[in-house]
Write a protein that binds this ligand. Structure first.
Ligand code: FUC
Length: 325
């Protein structure tokens, strides 16, 4: 089956392109300070490319819906009560729900509406046993434009106890070109999770003070002391959980979420992958704001629970609000 392409347009001028393949955000265009539409999300030139074997090798998950468990799970699996569930893994670690996961499925387009607050609702059933996870899951991904805000809401229910952690993996570059180096970044987090060389949380929760991860005040995004962020931040009270400002376009993005953590990821480049308009980008071309639970929470009892039981509804809400400064 061929992936479907969908475009939502908000009256305030936002244009959002999506595909049901991976319930993926493929493009987001925002009027910049001169009113010129700026393509602020990294994507591929056309939708067919997302399904190609070549693209999958890169594992960048551009704009995709990630699950059943975003980030890394260690120990080859996890236990619920007495039962150990072995996951598909590499050297004991599973990343982003394993191979051929939610980001590589053709979701159904359940509902679509135009008008002042246009939205699309994708749905997917994930069977018990998929990549080792228990429980038949009913998943929904809703993308909606409301004024200058993109809202993404993930919900899920299960028929057996399981763990879940979904997120969206959009890579932002608010200038639509160049680098994110020097963009003004704010993260509402005074603590982050230490990770080991496999990028699995060690379990230690550290303070950002005097580390390269201190963005508690707006600070120019820098790569001193590390080769780019791939870091889970623990979010604090306050509506805005993170913001990013790019001076050439004048676009500022404010991120809100109901989730306890945000993984910030800044790849140095996209390797050999030819993204849309690749010639316009430089080193550190984009940044992901992955709103989610803590990576490896199923194996770390002092992290927030990732358990989902029958009768409960998992709900992950995130919003990306844009303004000109
Ligand atoms: C992020 C990172 C990973 C990975 C992936 C594409 O979430 O944590 O290291 O490279 O995305």
């Amino acid at each position: 089956m061929k992936p479907t392409e969908i475009q939502l347009n908000s009256p305030s001028g936002l244009k959002l392109d999506l595909t049901n393949y991976g319930a993926t955000l493929t493009r987001l265009q925002i009027p910049d300070k001169h009113g010129v539409l700026t393509d602020v999300v990294i994507g591929l030139a056309n939708v067919e490319e997302y399904t190609s074997e070549d693209y999958k090798k890169y594992n960048f998950c551009l704009g995709a819906t990630i699950g059943r468990y975003a980030g890394r799970i260690s120990g080859g699996g996890f236990s619920i009560g007495e039962n150990f569930y072995e996951l598909s893994h590499q050297d004991g670690v599973q990343l982003h729900g394993g191979k051929h996961s939610l980001d590589q499925q053709l979701w159904l387009v359940d509902q679509m509406e135009e008008g002042d607050t246009p939205f699309v609702l994708f749905s997917l059933k994930s069977n018990a046993g998929d990549n080792g996870y228990p429980g038949n899951l009913n998943l929904f991904a809703k993308y909606q434009l409301e004024n200058n805000t993109l809202k993404i809401t993930y919900t899920a229910t299960t028929d057996a106890p399981t763990v879940i952690n979904l997120t969206n993996h959009a890579y932002f570059n608010l200038d639509g070109q160049g680098t994110t180096h020097g963009n003004e970044l704010y993260v509402n987090a005074s603590r982050y999770l230490e990770v080991d060389e496999r990028l699995v949380p060690t379990g230690r929760i550290l303070n950002v003070e005097d580390t390269p991860y201190d963005y508690t005040e707006k600070t120019a995004l820098h790569f001193k002391g590390h080769y780019g962020l791939d870091t889970p931040f623990i979010l604090e009270e306050g509506k805005i959980k993170a913001s990013l400002y790019a001076k050439h376009s004048g676009i500022q993005m404010n991120v809100t979420t109901n989730q306890p953590a945000m993984v910030l990821f800044t790849p140095q480049d996209f390797g050999g992958l030819k993204v849309r308009n690749s010639e316009l980008f430089q080193g550190f071309p984009a940044i992901c704001f992955e709103c989610q639970n803590f990576p490896d929470a199923p194996n770390q009892p002092h992290f927030p629970s990732a358990l989902l039981l029958p009768g409960e509804t998992y709900r992950n809400e995130m919003s990306y609000q844009f303004e000109i400064k």
